[in-house]
Design a protein around this ligand. Structure first.
Ligand SMILES: *Cc1c(COP(=O)(O)O)cnc(C)c1O
Length: 424
């Protein structure tokens, strides 16, 4: 993409964007520019509708809503799993909507982590804290100490992890590996396929946390042979706060008993026989535990319809164009102000957000908010900016950089009013 600094050029990019109309499907505040869809995606009209449908089903059908109504509840987790499968390159049987990343990690570690001759767990040093808490508590449940049994691969630059370092850490004591697909701060996208191959060569089970890639990056989990994966849906999948997450278990493992069982782990044909001996499902559904949180998953039905219409390929293409454009404008207009781009710049190595570092990141984020741009601050020096393929425009990106430039030119940002006087 050649780069012009003019807003006319941004408008031209929007005109040529095949996904531009999807913005109309979302509730986008016209007085602000939302760059935080990687933390909490915005509400779409379709997600709102399917949530309201479910309330209506309850109102109209009472208990019969489990089997009747617009979106019967008994199979909703399976149906949403099937709708999610194309986003991760999985079969419907391998995919289920349930829990949160953290509870799903507990479930899958309880299922796959059976310390014996191999007993260590390998992770990275930059991952999200909750993933590490889950690993440590699972080790402790087995009477093992995290100091001796959790290996965390270090980072040379404090932002990214080298795949080669991870592979070198795969020694013969490692039983299981858990890695993020995209690192939540720097936005680095790891090579899932290569890491999976390396793990399997050494007879190690490998799972991925797709929090920052699902809905932004296509995956091919089945063909890559990934053993398991977990994700949340309130980020790029726009399911709303506390939206129900999901998990993937590769076909080759289906039938394995869930480490943490509950009645929703059942083979659904016999669930209501109420036997005290669990007959568990031979699909990813086996790794559910209790009654699904219907109202926290109903918005996904509508939201995933939008992904089906748009296609994850075009979503990724636009996401890459948006972040490439953002990085280009930052380099052109902001390089003299002490910013550095901390995410990997190549298409194969970056996820859906740009990670901007600045020693005064906290002050700058406050000023952005005061000027109608919603960024995401990560202490101490990171500003994450996520232009979202389905509801952000190139003009939005242009405006963000324009506002940032205004903030840096006029250091006394405190004097700005709440109106977007910088953009005007
Ligand atoms: C957002 C995020 C989580 C959050 O976990 P929940 O259990 O859904 O609250 C976990 N891991 C990563 C990498 C994340 O980005």
């Amino acid at each position: 993409m050649s780069l012009s600094q003019s807003i006319a050029y941004a408008k031209e990019l929007d005109k040529n964007d095949p996904l531009s109309l999807f913005k109309n499907e979302f509730y986008v505040n016209p007085n602000s520019i939302y760059m935080d869809g990687n933390s909490l995606g915005l509400l779409s009209k379709k997600a709102e509708k399917t949530l309201l449908d479910s309330l209506e089903d309850w109102k109209t059908h009472g208990i019969d809503g489990w089997t009747e109504g617009k979106h019967p509840w008994f199979y909703m987790a399976e149906i949403i799993g099937e709708m999610t499968a194309p986003l991760i390159g999985a079969t419907p049987q391998e995919t289920i909507t349930t829990g949160s990343i953290t509870t799903n990690l507990h479930q899958l570690l309880a299922t796959f982590y059976k310390p014996g001759k191999k007993s260590k767990i390998l992770a990275d040093s930059l991952t999200f804290p909750s993933d590490i808490y889950a690993i440590k508590s699972q080790l402790e449940l087995h009477g093992l100490s995290p100091e001796s049994h959790l290996i965390q691969i270090g980072s040379e630059d404090g932002r990214t992890i080298r795949e080669q370092d991870i592979i070198e850490g795969m020694d013969e004591d490692v039983a299981i590996i858990l890695l993020p697909s995209v690192l939540y701060r720097s936005g680095q996208l790891l090579d899932i396929e290569a890491l999976t191959q390396a793990a399997h060569k050494r007879d190690i089970i490998i799972g991925f946390d797709l929090a920052h890639s699902i809905g932004a990056v296509p995956h091919n989990l089945h063909n890559w042979g990934v053993d398991f994966a977990v994700w949340c849906t309130y980020k790029y999948l726009n399911s709303g706060p506390g939206g129900v997450g999901g998990l993937f278990v590769h076909e080759k493992h289906l039938g394995k008993r869930p480490g943490l069982a509950g009645w929703f782990s059942s083979n659904k044909d016999v669930q209501f026989e109420m036997s005290h001996d669990l007959d568990h499902a031979h699909t990813a559904g086996a790794y559910q535990i209790g009654t699904p949180h219907i109202f926290s998953m109903a918005p996904l039905v509508g939201s995933l319809e939008l992904f089906k219409e748009a296609g994850i390929g075009p979503v990724r293409t636009k996401s890459l164009s948006l972040t490439r454009y953002l990085m280009g404008l930052i380099e052109l207009k902001l390089s003299t102000f002490g910013f550095s781009i901390a995410n990997p710049k190549s298409d194969e190595h970056r996820g859906g957000h740009v990670c901007l570092q600045h020693p005064e990141a906290a002050r700058i984020c406050k000023a952005l908010k005061a000027n109608g741009v919603i960024p995401d601050y990560r202490s101490p020096n990171v500003i994450r900016l996520a232009p979202i393929a389905l509801y952000s425009s190139f003009e939005d990106v242009w405006n963000v950089v324009h506002v940032l430039h205004g903030i840096m030119e006029n250091k006394s940002y405190e004097h700005y009013s709440n109106e977007r006087n910088v953009i005007a």
